[in-house]
Ligand binder design. Structure first.
Ligand SMILES: [Zn+2]
Length: 377
């Protein structure tokens, strides 16, 4: 196989990878400081490393309005979700320091503008609901009333949750090029991988050169499976059931927004920056509760012109083991009735794992189930 060069990988969104890391300014301690929420800190770090290319800072009003209304930046590039920094009041100076929740200084922002925004409208457009029960909407409603925009310079990156898995877009691209991968499929996950997910990642891998398993490790709802447990599951699964030279497990530092369809687009664009040419979109991607229709996260890709996003979505159905087919399958490929399928509800699986019981091997790899059983104890 010919070895891929960086040139052969998909181009970053907007054409080049942004790098907003830089030196700590001498006067930073004298600047007015804004403390970031975990979501804003994730966004900051992703701007710094180019995961949110072409963004070089938090969005200004024109880009914000354009993204909320029509899922495009003013430059015309697709972009699905606001990346904004909420502040209580207008800063005094033209430069502010950005700190994490503990007050440790991380970056400076050169203030471009401060503007008010309509939370209900942002919720309605981006989350398709104004209900406060929605975790993304709740977070939005809890924010300060103004957004401050401007270019950032990050002088101290956030400590990665899993240093051994932390790879910036430039680094994943390096790995892909070294391995000679040109076409790479990205898989977003915030859940342990059971047989169904293993199946669809492998079906996708059959058609490309490599697979990036890219678990989200930023802030999630408190009832999602903790990142440390999920990461342990990916490790045992990949070590035992995937060919090492065709898979890369790396962490995705984003916080969950639970914006369903729009987040699927946003996730795809981010993965393009990491060097993925393809992106897996399952049913109810990035959804929560029953706020989104089963296929909404797939249908939204039709709202863009063909090849406008450049990264190619790969749509998947729920899959299961079918006893009659004798293999993993989905409603698309198996003609047999539900009785033939090994299906367990999420509640049932949690109950079994909580009791220390292994789910059927057709549902979950025993190595993965053991990690989860230990975690539930
Ligand atoms: Zn079947």
């Amino acid at each position: 196989m010919a070895v891929a060069t960086h040139k052969e990988l998909i181009a970053p969104h907007g054409g080049r990878l942004v790098d907003r890391t830089g030196e700590r300014p001498e006067d930073v301690d004298r600047l007015e400081t804004v403390r970031l929420t975990p979501r804003e800190l994730s966004d900051l770090d992703m701007i710094a490393c180019g995961a949110l290319s072409p963004l070089e800072g938090f969005m200004g009003r024109d880009d914000y309005e354009s993204v909320v209304e029509s899922m495009h930046l003013t430059s015309g590039l697709p972009w699905a979700l606001p990346v904004c920094l909420a502040v209580e009041r207008s800063p005094q100076g033209d430069r502010i320091a950005l700190a994490d929740a503990s007050g440790r200084l991380r970056a400076v922002l050169d203030v471009d503008e401060v503007f008010e925004y309509d939370k209900e409208r942002e919720a309605e457009r981006c989350f398709r609901t104004t209900e406060e029960e929605h975790p993304g909407v709740a977070r939005l409603y809890a924010q300060h009333e103004n957004y401050v925009s401007g270019c950032v310079t990050v002088f101290e990156r956030a400590e990665p949750a899993f240093p051994e898995l932390a790879r910036d877009p430039a680094e994943t691209r390096e790995v892909f090029a070294e391995r000679g991968w040109k076409r790479v499929v990205g898989f977003q996950t915030r859940n342990p991988i059971h047989r169904a997910h293993e199946y669809l990642t492998k079906v996708a891998l059959e058609t490309v050169d490599g697979l990036l398993i890219h678990p989200l490790v930023g802030e999630t709802k408190s009832d999602d499976v903790p990142a440390a447990t999920r990461v342990a599951c990916y490790r045992v699964l990949v070590d035992n059931y995937y060919p090492a030279e065709r898979v890369l497990v790396s962490s995705f530092p984003a916080a969950m927004r639970y914006a369903g369809p729009r987040e699927a687009i946003w996730h795809a664009i981010c993965r393009k920056n990491y060097g993925c040419s393809h992106f897996i979109v399952g049913r109810d991607h990035a959804g929560v509760g029953s706020y989104y229709g089963t296929y909404d996260a797939q249908l939204i890709f039709d709202e863009f012109e063909p090849h406008e996003l450049d990264i190619e979505p790969m749509f998947f159905e729920h899959s299961f083991f079918c006893r009659t087919c004798g293999s993993m399958a989905s409603a698309k490929t198996c003609p047999h009735p539900a009785d033939d399928h090994v299906f367990l509800s999420g509640t049932k699986v949690r109950e079994m794992l909580g009791n220390g019981e292994l789910p059927p091997v057709e549902f979950s790899r025993p190595e993965v189930a053991k990690v989860l059983i230990d975690a539930y104890r």
